[in-house]
Design a protein around this ligand. Sequence first.
Ligand code: TXA
Ligand code: MG
Length: 377
Amino acid sequence: MRAQVLSPTPDHLALAAHALQRGEIGGMPTETVYGLAGSCRSEQALSRIFSAKQRPTTDPLIVHVNLLQRTLGELSDLKLIELTQISNTQRADLERLIDRFWPGPLTFVLPKHSEVHPLITGGLETVAIRMPRHPIARQLITAAGVPLAAPSANRFGRISPTTAEAVLEELGMEIDWILQGGPSDIGLESTVLAWTEAGELEVLRPGGISQEEIQSCLGRPIPSLFQKKPPSLGPQNQALPSPGMLESHYAPAKPFYVLPAALLSMKESERQELRTLLSQTPREETLGLLLFQGDTALLTSVFEKITGHPVLARNLSIRGDTEEAARLLYAEMRFLDTSSASLLFTEPPAHLDGLGSAIADRLKRATAKAARNSKLW
Ligand code: TXA
Ligand code: MG
C-alpha cells in the first residue's frame, strides 16, 4: 500500500496543494463521495486520473471550484465556461440554482471555455462544474489555486468510496495521499443537471439534490433521466452523454440481485424463482442481505427460511429514513462485498421521492450485471 491517509492539518493541506500544483493526484473528501483530485490545467494529472481509475477517456470529469461570490462571471474568469453561449433564460435558472444549492451536491453541465482540456470533457463541447460543500475540499481547491478535476475515487464501474479507508482499498496502490475528511455526509454522488439543445433543463444523474428540490427552487417541473432506460456502453472513442448513465456501474464484485418483492410480501411463485436461482449454490454458503428498513432479526430469519441458507444482513435504516440509507449505502455494499457472503440480495426500493430516486438509480446499476442472468427484479 503506497497511499497515506493524512489528517487535515494546515501542513498536510499545504503538502497536498503543492503536490496538485506539480501535476500529482490524491484523494479528496467531499460531502457526496471521496474524489480523486488533480489540477484541471495539468495534462499529466488528468491522464493519471484516467489510468489510476482504469476509466475510458471518453468519460468526462467534473471540475470542482471554490468561488468567493458564487457568480457565473467567476467561472468565466477561471476560463471554465463560455458565457456568450449561455442564454438569458438559462442564466436566470442557473443563478437561482447556484444561489440555493452551492456549495453543495449539484453539478451543472455548461458550454465549455476553449481552454478547458479535452481530457476533462471527453471531447464534448460542455464541461461539468460543481462547488463542493465539504470544508476540506474547499480549502484544498483554494490552497492549490486551481480548479480540481475529481471523479469519484474508485476503480471504473465499482462502488464509490464514502470514507478515506475505502479510497485506500480502491486506489491505495495508485496514489500517495488521501486527506482524511471523515465519512461523507450525503453518501451519493451529486445530481448532474444539463440543458438540452432546445434549452430544456434535465437531470442527467439523480443525486444529492432531489428533483423535487430543484423543481421547487425553479417553480416548474423538469424531466429526469431516471424515467428513461439507461443505454449500455457505446463503442469506444465515442463520447458518452454521461457515464453515470452506464447500465452497469457502482457495482460490487459479487453477484447482486434485487428481490422480486419485499421479503414480507413475497408470493410462493416469487419464492420459487429465488430457489431456482440458488439451485447451484451449496446450502452452507452465506447470502448477504442489504435492508433499507425494518426489523433486521425478523427479516434475516424470514430470508433464511425462504432460502435455506445462512444470511448475513445489514440494515441501512431501521426507521426507513432515506437520507440515512443514502449515507450508508455504499459503505454497506462494500462491507457485504468483502464479507463471507457469496451472493448479495436487496429488497426493491420502497421510496422513490427525495433521495429515494437516486438510491433506486444506483441499485438498478449495481445489480444490472446479475439482472441480465436472472428473472428477479
Ligand atoms: O458527487 C460527485 O459528483 C463526485 C464528487 C467527487 O464530487 N464526483 C463524481 O464524478 O461523481 P464522476 O466522474 O464519478 O461522475 C461524473 C459525472 C458523470 O455522470 C458524467 O457523465 C457527468 O458527471 N459529466 C461530466 N461531464 C459531463 C458533460 N460534459 N456532459 C454530461 N455529463 C457529464
Ligand atoms: Mg463515479
